[in-house]
Write a protein that binds this ligand. Structure first.
Ligand code: NDP
Length: 425
């Protein structure tokens, strides 16, 4: 909340009538919490907690991912849902903000166990969502496999085929480029930011954290633009490959993570490079000590603290773009700003995922499938527009180069106008 509200001072000065909006916008419209009972392969009963935060529906149906991770609780989901409101507004598409998930840990669970969990989760959630009401997507621990199981159960319960979830498989209404969108979008945004200083990815060494959906496709787009990704991580540790992670190695990582569901440590064993076990929280420390030009944190929140930010600065890093949601703590962001680094907050730079989800919703409504090139062209255009909007808004309010303020203000203004027009209800 503080991160957003700190930016809004100049807006409230210019529009004192928006003060009631601020009071209202911090409170979720609705929180749904439910029990998720499921049986493991040995027949033991487990009971997890399920959540959906319907944060703000003023500009469109609630939209935001589902996260399955043992750390999930109402507080984390409220933070993510709040971020999502501004992010979705920035995309220019008509989507409100929401977030949900469960404290279920899919790691080490069989496909059957994951299927039973997803079906039980949807047995409760289905009555609260809908193509014109609330359209969940994936997030940490929820990829194509989980979305498939969730969609199947929704279809059975609602007895209709609608675009109620995004991130679906291609054979049943998914959009090309959706899996790639968040990673690609983050790199498109970083490219735009670098261009303002006549810099580019060409020949740049890039630190990337995580090795899931966002990280994998960030690596791919960095390679497309001539950069050299050198790190990847998971919650057990990180690899540093000074020879660079090329396309062949990336394909191996995708198989490791998406098919074999293995650990990143195996990369170091297979390709022969450095591997460092993670320390207790924040558990990626060490990774940001790499000597790189650009950093793309793509794992989870609070990955880069003030000290780690200083390490990046001291090593000559010039730009940081968040692929994950708020991986940089407020101290880290302050350090980047003080030292003149280009810094892209996730609500702007990782908005490509939800934007492409918006494109999936449009295709579902139109009963059409756009080509890969068409979706990628629209994604790139949206990221260029978000960059321009955040940069221009920051400049307009006297904070040139501050993408945090620009994104927060631009995202807020559209939602505030809609809320005010609707009588703040
Ligand atoms: P995945 O589950 O595919 O990958 C997450 C990666 O981060 C894994 O490598 C995971 O390691 C690692 N990770 C997760 N939690 C921790 C932790 N506490 N400490 C260290 N490493 C951790 O998720 P996504 O790639 O989809 O999401 C990554 C981030 O991007 C999240 O912040 C998400 O909210 C954000 N995001 C995702 C979007 C999307 O389209 N998918 C859209 C916008 C934002 P391990 O496997 O060991 O858990």
């Amino acid at each position: 909340m503080e991160e957003v509200l700190d930016s809004l001072g100049p807006v409230i000065e210019a529009h004192p009538d928006y003060l009631p909006v601020v009071k209202s916008i911090v409170e979720p419209e609705r929180i749904i919490q439910f029990r998720v009972p499921w049986y493991d392969d040995e027949g033991n009963l487990h009971v997890n907690r399920g959540f959906r935060i319907q944060m703000n529906g003023a500009i469109g149906p609630y939209k935001g991912g589902l996260r399955f991770h043992p750390s999930v609780n109402q507080s984390i989901l409220k933070f993510l849902a709040f971020e999502q409101v501004f992010k979705n507004s920035l995309t220019g598409l008509p989507m409100g903000g929401g977030k949900g998930g469960s404290d279920f840990n899919p790691k080490g669970r069989s496909d059957s166990e994951v299927r039973r969990f997803c079906q039980s989760f949807m047995m409760e959630l289905w009555r609260h969502i809908g193509a014109n009401l609330d359209v969940p997507a994936g997030d940490i621990g929820v990829g194509g496999r989980e979305i498939g199981f969730l969609f199947g159960m929704y279809r059975k319960l609602a007895n209709e085929f609608t675009g109620v979830l995004t991130g679906k498989g291609l054979s049943y209404g998914g959009s090309l480029i959706r899996p790639e969108a968040t990673g690609y979008g983050t790199v498109y945004f970083a490219r735009e930011m670098l261009a303002t200083r006549d810099k580019s990815f060409e020949g740049a060494k890039v630190a990337i954290s995580g090795s899931g959906n966002v990280a994998q496709f960030a690596v791919e787009k960095v390679l497309d633009l001539g950069g050299k990704p050198v790190t990847l991580s998971d919650s057990s540790g990180f690899i540093h490959d000074s020879n660079g992670i090329d396309r062949e190695k990336l394909a191996w990582v995708m198989d490791l993570k998406n098919v074999r569901r293995g650990r990143i440590k195996e990369y170091a064993e297979h390709f022969g490079c450095d591997y460092t076990e993670s320390q207790p929280e924040p558990n990626l420390n060490g990774l940001w000590g790499a000597d790189v030009d650009i950093a793309l944190p793509c794992a989870t929140q609070n990955e880069i603290n003030g000290e780690e930010a200083k390490m990046l600065v001291d090593n000559g890093c010039i730009a940081v773009a968040e692929g994950a949601n708020m991986p940089c703590t407020p101290e880290a962001v302050e350090c980047f700003h003080e030292n003149g680094l280009l810094f892209a907050p996730g609500k702007a730079s990782n908005a490509g995922g939800v934007a492409t989800s918006g494109l999936e919703m449009s295709q579902n409504s139109l009963r059409l499938n756009w080509t890969r090139e068409e979706v990628d062209r629209r994604l790139e255009e949206i990221m260029v527009n978000i960059h321009r909007n955040a940069a221009d808004t920051a400049a307009k309010y006297g904070m040139e180069g501050n993408y945090v303020a620009g994104a927060n203000i631009a995202g807020f203004l559209k939602v505030a106008e809609a809320m005010e027009a609707q009588g703040l209800i």
